[in-house]
Design a protein around this ligand. Structure first.
Ligand code: GTP
Ligand code: MG
Length: 469
């Protein structure tokens, strides 16, 4: 995992000292007040879309516009980009921090950064668009609450992204399954000479995208909002685009749209669940992840599942700062005692002791088959790679139980032995190693998954039943 763009916190510093009780109690009350006073809501936003759509450029521009990158750094990036014959890529360099990414002009690992608007603290997750890195995109999207779908309006580029096999489609379908509830669709590169802020081009893209977004399960009226921008020039981002540049746009700019986006509140009192996406050694064992349910506080006893290891929370870090407690939706680093770093794998879940997350090697699921590899048939014995929250695991379909009529959503009577593209089917799925999942109806984020074969997403699904423990 690459470093965060902004001052990755040093969990080694600012260790809790032994304090006498009164001081702790007082600080607790203060911390509580502080938490309530400056409690801007927090949202994780993933940038998705076809390769070269401008996700990193737009992400970088957001950081620049919110005053987190100074002119000197921009000039340095301009020079570096020029030396690599990638002049126009300098804004993307803010997010693309690896040498490989800069040389090739392609994001590989999900970039992470933070910024704030009037109402909200955002964590940006900048996903790669290239099809080889879809697993990284899945990991980014699985941490997100909302998505910014970046589409290039440049002549020919919208078309390639939107074609069958293009990542505009694949990303939208994955985002929906992975729990990205709302989408801002930014039509980018409006400044490009082939576009020149043309209303016709913008309308064409909106009208082609709308039916597709609908068919992917988004309620286009409630959950989707379109807007035009230039990520490279920063137009219609922090402030509304000037009428002299774009006379026909009367809607919001990107920051306003992000400010107003509403997502359902999560329950801070639910059983604690934090899928682990990464871990490292730093004065103990530090795990990273997003809290999907419940809250965690310094001093808590928890379980690392599926291996049922008892651990104690030594410290909690949210974004850059150390906090006493943190609730659902937060991206955290949690320092643990009682476990070695080697005994944790990404995909494990930090979990409540009283109500631990189920660990299973088999479950029942409802799958929607998207697009199988050529000549493949989907039947018992089918093997694929399962992606569920931060788990990546080989799996096998051991039995097809029932086919569902996609129109009526009712089970079909006929016994099912195999299915084709577009089918909805209930089946039993097995994995070799124990994994942590939940029923979709209980915890959607921990019960939705994708199946991939040879680098292609072939199905999306949800866990409908777990074996009785
Ligand atoms: P991947 O990470 O590889 O998926 O690409 P990306 O979506 O992050 O695209 P990136 O930001 O790297 O930009 C790709 C190219 O498009 C670069 O040359 C950018 O300068 C150019 N670009 C991005 N946004 C704009 C824009 O608003 N206008 C114009 N004219 N070019 C843009
Ligand atoms: Mg990128």
């Amino acid at each position: 995992m690459k470093d965060e763009v902004h001052g990755r916190s040093q969990p080694g510093q600012a260790e809790p000292k032994v304090k006498n009780k009164e001081v702790v109690a007082l600080e607790d009350a203060e911390a509580q007040e502080e938490m309530e006073a400056n409690k801007k809501r927090h949202l994780n936003v993933v940038f998705i879309g076809h390769v070269d759509a401008g996700k990193s450029t737009t992400g970088g521009q957001i950081l620049f516009l919110s005053g987190q990158v100074d002119d000197r750094t921009i000039h340095k990036y301009e020079k570096e980009a020029k030396d690599k014959s990638r002049e126009s890529w300098y804004m993307a360099y803010i997010m693309d921090t690896n040498e490989e990414e800069r040389v090739k002009g392609k994001t590989v690992e999900v970039g992470r950064a933070h910024f704030e608007t009037e109402t909200t603290r955002f964590t940006i997750l900048d996903a790669p668009g290239h099809k080889s890195y879809v697993p990284n995109m899945i990991s980014g999207a699985s941490q997100a609450d909302i998505g910014v779908l970046v589409i290039s309006a440049r002549k020919g580029e919208f078309e390639t992204g939107y074609e069958r096999g293009g990542q505009t489609r694949e990303h939208v379908q994955l985002a929906k399954t992975l729990g990205v509830a709302k989408l801002l669709v930014v039509v980018n590169k409006m400044d490009d000479p082939t576009v020149n802020w043309s209303k016709e081009r913008y309308d064409e893209i909106e009208s082609k995208m709308t039916p597709f977004l609908k068919s992917s399960g988004y309620n286009v009226k409630k959950d989707v909002q379109f807007l035009p921008i230039s990520g490279l020039l920063g137009s219609n981002m922090k402030t509304r685009v000037d009428k002299s540049i774009c006379s026909w746009w009367n809607g919001p700019c990107l920051f306003e749209a992000l400010d107003c986006i509403e997502v359902p509140l999560r329950d801070p009192k639910g059983p604690f669940r934090m899928p682990i996406i990464d871990k490292f050694k730093d004065m103990g064992t530090v795990v990273m992840g997003k809290v999907e349910s419940g809250s965690v506080c310094e001093g808590d006893s928890l379980l690392v599942m599926p291996n049922k290891a008892q651990v104690k929370v030594v410290a909690v870090y949210c974004d850059e700062s150390k906090v006493r407690c943190a609730g659902p939706g937060e991206n955290l680093r949690v320092r643990l005692s009682g476990i070695e770093e080697e005994d944790i794998l990404s995909g494990f879940v930090l979990s409540s002791v009283v109500k631990p997350i189920p660990a299973v090697t088999e479950f029942t699921a409802q799958l929607q088959i998207l697009e199988l590899l050529e000549n493949a048939i989907f039947t018992a014995g089918y093997k694929a790679v399962l992606h569920v929250h931060s788990v990546v695991e080989e799996c096998e379909i051991v039995e097809l139980l029932q086919q569902i009529d996609p129109k009526t959503r009712k089970p079909m009577k006929k016994k099912v032995l195999f299915v084709k593209n577009g089918a909805v089917v209930v089946c039993r799925v097995q994995v070799n190693n124990s994994i942590c999942v939940e029923k979709f109806s209980d915890f959607p984020q921990l019960g939705r998954f994708t199946l991939r074969t040879e680098g292609k997403t072939i199905a999306v699904g949800k866990v409908t039943d777990l074996p009785v423990a």
